[in-house]
Write a protein that binds this ligand. Structure first.
Ligand SMILES: [Zn+2]
Length: 206
């Protein structure tokens, strides 16, 4: 993997078309991901991370660049066949909660027609993460949306996002964000208050 990253850095710096579709450049500061050939001015290297597929970038929360259209990047045919399996499995994890509750990697693998070990290998190659890790990210993203967009009690947020218990939810959240979920909701309220105050001041100061 580390060998790939060095290779990708060089390919990106040169906008090398030979690597188009082989990896994607994700810009942390803008939340956008690009093909390595993107004509847009390149961001500073310490602001980017490289991911092995468009699906990996989208699972990590990046949006496609409107200039280079990374979601339509070319693939070699052998790569494309196995990517379709990974995309189908990733959709089942993300949208159907296939690994929440009693869901297992074995059952998921059977649903997409491969063995569980093969599926895990394909996930590593295309997404740089295991099916279990992708499921964890999906749960955290669902929870984060419910925390910031609703006033749902935390226990309900935990269960609706696919966590087995409130304790598990708190532990995972702390691991990812280094702070309790309730703080994220408080953070949102503070922002809203500041915005409201700003608007009030604006309208009283013509
Ligand atoms: Zn781009």
């Amino acid at each position: 993997m580390s060998l790939d990253i060095t290779l990708w850095e060089t390919a990106w710096a040169a906008r090398d078309p030979a690597y188009d579709g082989a990896f994607f450049v994700c810009v942390r500061t803008t939340g956008i991901y690009c093909r390595c050939v993107c004509p847009v001015k390149q961001p500073l290297p310490h602001n980017v991370e490289f991911l092995p597929s468009a699906t990996a970038a989208e699972l990590a929360g990046y949006r496609p660049c409107l200039r280079c259209r990374p979601e339509t990047a070319p693939f070699c045919p052998a790569w494309k066949g196995t990517l379709a399996i990974v995309e189908k499995a990733a959709r089942l994890i993300k949208d159907e909660g296939a690994l929440d509750g009693d869901g297992s990697v074995e059952t998921l693998a059977a649903l997409v027609g491969v063995g569980s070990r093969h599926l895990t290998r394909l996930f590593r190659r295309h997404l740089g993460a295991s099916p279990i890790e992708v499921a964890k990210t999906a749960r955290v993203q669902r929870a984060k949306r419910l925390i910031t967009e609703t006033d749902m009690p935390m226990t309900d947020v935990a269960l609706q996002s696919g966590f087995g218990s409130l304790r598990r939810f708190n532990a995972v959240f702390h691991e990812v964000y280094k702070r309790p979920p309730s703080e994220m909701r408080r953070g949102r309220k503070t922002i809203l208050v500041v915005v409201n105050r700003f608007h009030t001041q604006q309208s009283s100061n013509p």
